[in-house]
Ligand binder design. Sequence first.
Ligand SMILES: [Zn+2]
Length: 406
Amino acid sequence: MTNRLYYTEPFCRRFDATVTRAFDHEGRPAVTLDRTAFYPSSGGQPFDTGRLGGTDVVETVDGGDDVIHVLVMPLESGAAVTGEIDWTRRFDHMQQHTGQHILSGAFETLFDNLTVGFHMGGDVSTIDLARGPSPAEIERAVDESNRIVWEDRPVAIRFVSKAEAASLSLRKEPAREGTLRLIDISGFDLCACGGTHVDRTGAIGLIAVQSVEKMRGGSRLTFVCGSRALRALRTYRDVVAGSVRALSVLPTELPAAIERLQEESRELRKQLKGLQEKLAEDKGARLAAAAPEVGGVRLVVEALDGWDVAGLKALAAAAVASARACVVLVCPEQRRGVTAGQPVSLVVACSPDVPVDANVVLQQLTHRFGGRGGGKPGLAQGGGLTAPAHEVASAAWTLIETMLAL
Ligand SMILES: [Zn+2]
């Protein structure tokens, strides 16, 4: 059974121990020790890493009676070793975990809102609250939490029996039997917990809630403490500085400035759409007016650059609306970086009283040049035809001419 030094000495970062067992843990070398300061993942707090007997501890796992140290290089059973935990990582965990106790304590004390879950991630931590707090409640709980931090209250570790614990008012009902380890934040919060904590609340520095989201029945609060709060502040500073530079406004004016830009962009898109429609209408009518007549039908066959299929459709629709016409518009497909040999798209449109089926024309062209597409007798579109636009156009001309001659 490993003597877990972190239970009584959470600030112990360097220790001597003996390897009690050397083995393989899920394909990686691992050892147990007679005593350890390495904390294994549990209670929402992630594991410690560090050095042990000249190799790296990459993961620490709670193996029930023993703590399993997963290593890079194997160690021998019986070896005397020195362990040193990565203190930056561990101290960060202690700041977040103690901060969590205070934040949870504040929600319970002020609003009788219980914490039902806790998770510490690599960048942020979360607590799950039984009820969704209002924004004002969150601010009050955060203010109260930071008051406790700045009063620099002692954080003590106490061991009591389950019977003794029953007479104390613990924040949450302990699940385990036997001796309980309590974390006592002087005069504020008492909670059964096996995690590591700072010894005075001042070491947490700052507790900040970043966001809240609704969850089944309650809500999830994302928060940062200590060095993570400073890191978050730096990130926000850089993001805000970049945004105010781009928009030439003060930080407090950012939301309004972004809304204004979105409104302008919506208005411009609307105007652009109107202009494109007008342009297609004019150009379509001009194409029909300038086209030669074959058997009393204006035959518009053009290879065009710089139009997309939606534009071609608008153009073709305008042409067949302005005259008794058959229209075939071909354009190279827009592909970034491709200049030659790209497939072509086309639109075929026919006025209702013209004896040509646009879909039939399209099918014959895709049959000959490849690609695919479909439509109705009045309007059909296709793409992926592998021939130069002018070749497709000239084939379309011959085809429709023949159909009109019948
Ligand atoms: Zn805890």
